[in-house]
Design a protein around this ligand. Structure first.
Ligand code: NYM
Ligand code: MG
Length: 262
């Protein structure tokens, strides 16, 4: 069962479960009784997901960037690296085209079907929601997830079409917040020069320029901006160091939290 501890101005404190819920309530009331245990109070927009406190877990690591920025290659070499070190890790990607929702998305992206902009936005989000609970289970059982695109793609690509940013963020609220977002930074013109453009919807220079602008407005403290025009091996090394740090922090018991902000 998921236990959600959520404090926002508009929502009352809710702690799920009975025994654990009571324990958490007691700790919130008498924090001095448990000086070593951390309960992080959520600020305005986020909530902490807990299954007890300070439990070791896997890290949720997201790669973001324009089409052809190198996310897919870097995600797979990161996975191989972590596996070589003996970490439990998996590579996920969104959209996940293997589900029914994913197939609708895939058909839209390959121009085989037309959908209203709001509708496709919600399908992308639904495609993440259908994996949320498995994601939480994997993380809590110690598996690190390397995720090729996540909610930031959802918001950047839809808001680049002109949909409001807040509207775009709304269906993402309550999905798990990444511990780290690795943004592979490339100029749209350089990405276009890498070739391969044109087979799917959105793969046009003019549109990618707008997406780049939208991504810029989204970044927060969980982001690391990586210059995606460096030699591949240099990017790999940088990512490896940042990711190992993040995995250690999560192993030490950083609480899981929900989007939107962390
Ligand atoms: N995309 C991806 C969105 O528009 N919204 C989303 O939520 C996600 C996850 O799908 N051009 C877009 C970005 C890409 C396209 O992704 C397919 P990929 O990584 O090329 O398979
Ligand atoms: Mg693509």
């Amino acid at each position: 069962m998921t236990h959600v501890c959520c404090l926002t101005p508009s929502r009352a404190l809710y702690v799920g479960g009975s025994a654990l819920g009571n324990l958490l309530k007691a700790r919130l009331k008498f924090p001095q009784k448990y000086p070593n245990r951390q309960i992080r109070m959520a600020t305005t927009h986020n909530s902490i997901v807990t299954s007890g406190n300070s439990e070791s877990r896997g890290a949720l690591i997201v790669l973001e960037g324009l089409d052809r920025s190198g996310k897919t290659s870097q995600s797979s070499s990161l996975l191989k690296y972590l596996e070589r070190l003996g970490h439990s890790a998996e590579l996920w990607r969104f959209p996940d085209r293997s589900t029914n929702v994913g197939q609708m998305i895939s058909s839209y992206l390959s121009n085989k079907s037309q959908l209203d902009d709001h509708t496709i936005h919600l399908l992308f989000s639904a495609n993440r929601w259908e994996r949320r609970s498995l994601m939480e289970t994997k993380l809590k059982t110690g598996t690190t997830l390397i995720v090729d695109r996540y909610s930031y793609s959802g918001v950047a690509f839809s808001s680049a079409k002109g949909l409001g940013v807040e509207w775009c963020k709304a269906p993402e609220i309550g999905l798990l917040a990444p511990d780290l977002v690795l943004y592979l930074d490339i100029q749209p013109e350089q990405a276009a020069g890498r070739g391969g453009y044109g087979s799917e919807r959105y793969e046009q220079l003019e549109f990618q320029r707008k997406v780049a602008q939208c991504y810029q407005d989204l970044h927060d403290a969980s982001w690391k901006i990586i210059d995606a025009c460096q030699p591949m091996e240099d990017i790999e090394k940088q990512l490896q160091n940042i990711v190992l740090d993040c995995i250690t922090t999560c192993q030490n018991g950083k609480p899981l939290s929900n989007l939107w902000s962390i």
